[in-house]
Design a protein around this ligand. Structure first.
Ligand code: SF4
Length: 197
């Protein structure tokens, strides 16, 4: 397999990308942020208005929900890498088009290859269906799924909790399950970087 470029090089490639029409309306690309040696890799959907201005993922209200979830299992942004399926904001926060996801997916593939995480947490259906295009969120959410050598754990997108507070309880429960998965991984590996929780 061809070696992936370093994470900073991937970010530069993203910054200069004009592969889909979203480059015409973006302010900044949002490549991703966090620990480039993380064993936990989170994938959302697309940048929103705040992210488009700052170039950083999950800094709005949904980001605050995500921080609460991470804190709940004693993790912080420094313990994870987080990005989105597409790296430029769709106008008016519409859903990403299939062609945009297709054009942008090369970057997330490079990021996963370089970081080589153990667990991928998908936030929302667009991220989950990258790995399991034939499965629905309703049947799959809240359970670990094996994809190649990786554990993929599908969750609701944190933004969903802003519109339906009942979902937040389920999200806390899902993160507790992730805590258990991480704990088992830590126990089974000598050379790990995941914190013993
Ligand atoms: S969304 Fe992705 S493919 Fe489209 S212009 Fe931005 S970086 Fe390129």
């Amino acid at each position: 397999m061809q070696k992936s470029p370093k994470i900073e090089v991937i970010s530069d490639l993203i910054s200069n990308c004009t592969n889909c029409s979203l480059h015409k309306t973006r302010n900044y690309t949002v490549p991703g942020s966090g620990n480039s040696k993380a064993e936990i890799f989170l994938i959302g959907e697309a940048p929103g208005a705040n992210e488009d201005i700052e170039g950083i993922p999950f800094i709005g209200r949904a980001g605050k929900v995500l921080d609460e979830l991470l804190n709940h299992i004693n993790l912080s942004r420094n313990d994870i890498f987080i990005t989105n399926m597409i790296k430029c904001r769709p106008p008016k926060n519409r859903d990403p088009f299939k062609e945009e996801i297709f054009e942008c997916s090369q970057f997330i593939d490079m990021q996963i290859q370089y970081i080589n995480p153990k667990v991928i947490i998908t936030l929302g259906k667009f991220a989950f269906q990258k790995f399991f295009p034939d499965k629905t969120m309703s049947e799959s959410r809240g359970f670990p799924h094996q994809w190649k050598h990786l554990t993929v754990f599908p969750m609701y997108h944190p933004a969903a909790a802003l519109y339906n507070p009942n979902l937040k309880t389920k999200m806390f429960h899902d993160f507790e399950q992730i805590h258990q998965i991480l704990y088992k991984l830590v126990k089974s590996q000598k050379n790990h970087q995941i914190k013993l929780l």
